[in-house]
Design a protein. Sequence first.
Length: 101
Amino acid sequence: MFEDNKKIQWVWLILLLLTPIILWILPAGFFDESEVIICPSRLFFSIECFGCGMTRAVMHMHHLEISEAVYYNTGVLVIFPALVFVWGLWVYRAARRLSLI
């Protein structure tokens, strides 16, 4: 059972490390042309919420296209650094659990 937990921790760490790489490989405008509306506020009431455009904004910020990111959602200036911090914390904790640090 201990060995299964260690395998899960390795998979978690690998997925954490691959996520920014995969997002970097995808083009910055990957989510820009989506026709699918998943925001309940826009879907049911045709009103944009505070989170509308955040996925596109984060993707552009990840590619260092700051003006494009701010165009889609100005909240990205707070959310993106918070996401990077949480991601770093998760990587640190996963590495510590595996005794890599």
